[in-house]
Write a protein that binds this ligand. Structure first.
Ligand code: ADP
Ligand code: TRP
Length: 508
């Protein structure tokens, strides 16, 4: 149960646009205990220190692996005395128990140490000993009146930098799967709405990304279609991702532990949990007889739970429509741990990047989607992309090229905001609203911008397409790394279930 205070605080953060997730845990007093429990280290968390600078109460937020330099701070504030408030003062000021400080303490000026931003995500206090909050670090600057400052001790910074580089296994781990739906190719909506976020996250996290070919079996039951979808998606993804540093990229069916764990989890999953799942309920609503629905679709969330739990990730970045599946995964993991009285499976957090807008299609009316055909492709022939750009909805009220045009709802400008050069786009917008530039010119600029933006990805795509051996090698290496992690989990699972006994010889 999440404390009412925590919920209230979370709502306040939401209003401020501060991305965060509440994580529940047993009652834990120290930061170290919390971070250990969450599988994180001190460098992944922060504390809010309420202090007195002469007569002023301030709060200073610093990462838990770093120490503050009081001398630097006194200079900065121009004060003689600087001290932490006493427990009594803390209670009086925050109305919270000492040790549970929330990052935003109204009525104080908040100083954010700049080392916080070296991490993409951080945990901090929630106001309760049984919850912590994952924050997106960059959002902390949305705290009203907050300021970024440089307060930590120099030698500690240096030491921690070494740690950051060394500590590959201290990074947050994320897992995500992509279903090879449609024809497996990606459009600029998929790029902006999904791939781009993933590339961003991969810079600071340890990522497992796989093509969910087994999930596709629920709907694609045709050999050549499945082959071509998966082949297309592999090439599209690899070309867009480019550098696979931090990313273990593989194909689900190359790691048989996914189906093995699914089959084990089936035994602890109540039917009722799956009956509430969207994919199944949606299918029922489409006038499909319940008896006709395939078990693969019904059981889809358990395969997804296995996909996730094998890798013990901290977070699962997914679209809003997949949030329920991550919640089911948490329920299943919790049930498993309780049934076998051991914390083997880690409860993951869904991560829904809030800032991801839905990209509208070239018709300007509905979301860009393969099934609607209102898309701009990434890897097609330039001629085809030109046609898609030329057919893009602009401003229907503009009949002659010297009529004043509108930017709002004009899809060419909407795409240019992402792919064009800002100053050139601003200039074109100005000219457009003054009736001084034609649609054609703006569209040509969009085409050029897309070609430039995706030039490297397109080159990689062409290269991979004629080098199947290279692609195979990437997939092979990815699967090998994934199998290593997945088998470690499976060894623990087999052990706790009692599948392992005195006659066992099996090794992965
Ligand atoms: P499509 O609708 O073209 O078949 P999918 O449903 O396969 O695309 O979506 C794949 C990923 O791309 C998902 O993460 C989804 O959220 C994202 N995505 C798809 N279309 C858009 C869009 N128009 N705007 C933003 N993101 C999108
Ligand atoms: N079901 C997800 C989708 O349709 C794809 C997926 C499968 C997935 N397994 C996963 C996503 C595990 C995240 C984690 O988009």
């Amino acid at each position: 149960m999440i404390d009412e205070n925590v919920t209230r605080y979370s709502n306040k953060l939401k209003k401020l646009g501060i991305n965060h997730k509440i994580v529940e845990h047993p009652q834990l007093k120290t930061v170290l205990e919390v971070q250990n429990y969450l599988g994180l280290t001190l460098s992944d968390g922060f504390s809010t220190l309420v202090m007195k600078a002469d007569d002023r109460v301030i709060s200073v937020v610093r990462r838990d692996d770093l120490r503050l330099d009081f001398g630097k701070m006194k200079n900065f504030f121009g004060v003689k005395n600087l001290r932490m408030v006493s427990d009594e003062e803390f209670k009086e000021f925050t109305r919270l128990e000492p040790g549970t400080a929330q990052v935003f303490i109204p009525g104080t000026q908040t100083y954010l140490d700049r080392m916080l931003f070296e991490k993409e995500y951080l945990t901090g206090g929630s106001g309760s000993f049984t919850c912590s909050i994952y924050y997106k670090s960059a959002d902390l600057i949305k705290i009203p009146g907050s300021m970024v400052a440089d307060f930590v001790q120099e030698e500690v910074i240096r030491k921690s930098k070494v740690n950051i580089q060394k500590s590959g296994n201290q990074k947050l781990r994320i897992v995500s799967g992509i279903t090879p739906s449609g024809d497996g190719t990606l459009h600029i909506g998929n790029y902006l709405g999904a791939v781009r976020q993933f590339i961003q996250m991969a810079k600071t996290t340890d990522c497992f990304l796989f093509i969910a070919d087994l999930h596709a079996l629920t709907t694609i039951q045709n050999k050549s279609q499945l082959q071509s979808n998966v082949e297309n998606l592999v090439l599209n993804e690899l070309a867009l991702l480019g550098d696979l540093n931090n990313i273990t990229f593989f194909r689900q069916s190359d790691v048989p532990m996914h189906t093995e764990l699914q089959s084990i989890l089936n035994n602890i999953t109540p039917l009722g949990l799956l009956k509430r799942a969207h994919a199944y309920k949606d299918k029922l609503q489409k006038d499909v007889m319940e008896d006709e629905i395939n078990l693969g679709l019904f059981n889809y969330p358990i395969l997804m739970a296995a996909d996730i739990l094998l890798y013990k990730p901290d977070m699962v970045p997914v679209g809003r429509d997949q949030k329920q599946h991550v919640e089911i995964t948490r329920d299943v993991a919790d049930k498993f741990n309780k049934t076998y009285q051991k914390n083997i499976l880690k409860l993951p957090e869904p991560h829904i990047p809030e800032e991801v807008a839905t990209i509208m299609g070239t018709d300007g009316k509905r979301k860009m989607s393969k099934s609607l055909g209102n898309l701009i492709a990434i890897f097609e022939d330039e001629k085809i992309i030109r046609k898609q750009v030329m057919g893009t909805y602009t401003d229907p009220t503009r009949i002659h090229s010297d009529d004043r045009g509108h930017i709002e709802g004009n899809m060419v400008f909407a795409y240019l905001d992402f792919f064009g050069d800002k100053s050139k786009v601003d200039e074109l917008k100005k000219l457009y609203t003054e009736g001084k530039v034609g649609d054609m010119e703006v569209k040509n600029y969009l085409l050029d911008s897309l070609m430039t933006y995706f030039a490297r990805a397109r080159a990689r795509y062409e290269d991979l397409k004629v080098n199947p051996v290279k692609v195979k090698k990437i997939l092979e290496e990815g699967a090998e790394k994934a199998r290593k992690v997945a088998s470690e989990t499976m060894v623990e699972v087999r052990e706790v279930l009692g599948l392992t006994n005195k006659y066992s010889f099996f090794n992965y």
